[in-house]
Write a new protein. Sequence first.
Length: 69
Amino acid sequence: MVSVPKIRQEIWEDYLNQHLGHDWQRLGSVQSKNSVLQILTSDGHSLINATIKEMGDRWHHAIEGYLTE
């Protein structure tokens, strides 16, 4: 998965088309507002909707959580 700024999107997609043909897919968009990260599919469904703190806590405690389950 790759995230690029909106102003570079067309350049990135042109690059992918030149090097991969059409063997790639745009999943959606990333939005960040009030420390909440949201990843939306192209048709508007939410894939991720979490605060930056929640994501950081899960990342920092991932192994600990796995071992205590």
